[in-house]
Design a protein around this ligand. Structure first.
Ligand SMILES: *[C@@H]1O[C@H](CO)[C@@H](O)[C@H](O)[C@H]1NC(C)=O
Ligand SMILES: *[C@@H]1O[C@H](CO)[C@@H](O)[C@H](O)[C@H]1NC(C)=O
Length: 307
């Protein structure tokens, strides 16, 4: 049986507004042309690596900027990993095979901030990995020397690196607040006051704080800094703005109401396969409407259960 219009509209909404990575992962994406030649043995090693874009500017604690332009490597089993702070992470297969793999595991993108502390550096938009790009999170920890200490791949094409450096040993060395320009510090102070006075909710505060970090350049707004080679068609869904989605959602909600009242008006049961209609009259009166109104409230927690 074909999907019911209401079900279809819901699916459409989830397709438009669902979490971007899921949407993108389902999409069939043609391998980017620049993947060709990556492992071409006739090209010298250096020109085989093709970064998709330039790194983000230097941001964050200024005392770390001295790491920029340096690279630190670690050989683990058959791979050499190289971390160039504020630039990139690359991988080089240690073999004499003609088609040894070398690749970009990420380009400097943004900070990971937890508890108002710089916790790590996100390097994204590395070489294609199925429908996605490889990416790496580099955790900064205190150590005697600058050293790439550990590399793992906790999930496919997402790499976790640990970089040890004496530059982060002081307990205050990674605090976000002191690195901000005065105007943003004042904005943050004011937000704290408004939170204390309960003029904003904790969620509102979190949202404003994220915006503040974006304005400081520490975090990137979703969709910012995208490599230009990416096809707009596949990326477009992920970069839909919240406003667009909310607008689409209320339009769909009206349409669902119109359709359900039309169905009720004509006494047409809906929401269950036809085989069950005989004994699902009662359910049809309630559950589909309940489900849609629940979903349309936009609780993201419910999305997962439907998909
Ligand atoms: C990675 O960064 C280093 C250091 O800035 C640079 O020399 C190198 O060309 C970069 N590699 C790629 C593939 O972008
Ligand atoms: C957050 O940071 C503060 C001070 O920087 C520290 O005292 C506290 O334990 C941290 N909390 C968590 C959950 O890491």
């Amino acid at each position: 049986m074909a999907a019911h219009p209401v079900v279809f509209l819901l699916q459409l909404w989830f397709a438009l507004c669902g979490p971007a990575p899921t949407g993108a992962a389902k999409m069939k994406v043609v391998e980017e042309p620049n993947a060709f030649g990556l492992n071409n043995p006739f090209l010298p090693q250096t020109s085989r690596l093709q970064p998709k874009r330039d790194p983000s500017p230097l941001t964050g604690p200024a005392h770390l900027f001295r790491l920029s332009g340096k690279c630190f490597s670690l050989v683990e089993s058959t791979y050499k990993y190289e971390f160039c702070p504020f630039h990139n992470v690359t991988q080089h297969e240690q073999t004499f095979r003609w088609n040894a793999y070398s690749g970009v595991l990420g380009i400097w993108h943004e900070w990971e901030i937890t508890n108002n502390t710089f916790m790590g550096m996100w390097m994204r938009d590395g070489d294609s990995c199925r429908a996605r790009s490889r990416q790496s999170k580099v955790e900064l920890t205190c150590g005697k020397n600058n050293r790439l200490a550990h590399v793992s791949e906790p999930s496919t094409c997402v790499y976790a690196l640990t970089f040890e450096t004496p530059l982060v040993c002081h307990p205050h060395s990674l605090l976000v607040y002191p690195t901000l320009p005065e105007a943003l510090q004042q904005r943050w102070d004011q937000m704290e006051q408004e939170l204390a006075d309960e003029l904003i909710t904790p969620q509102g505060y979190e949202k404003l704080l994220r915006e503040l970090f974006e304005d400081a350049g520490y975090l990137k707004a979703p969709g910012e800094n995208e490599p230009t080679q990416q096809e707009g068609a596949t990326r477009g869904l992920g970069t839909e703005t919240l406003e667009n989605c909310n607008k689409a959602r209320s339009e769909l909600s009206e349409e669902i109401q119109r359709l359900t009242s039309l169905l009720n008006q004509h006494g047409i049961p809906y929401g269950r396969p036809t085989a069950e209609t005989s004994h699902s009259e009662h359910l049809a009166q309630q559950s589909p409407i309940d489900v849609t109104s629940e979903q349309l409230r936009g609780d993201p927690g419910l999305r997962g259960t439907i998909l």
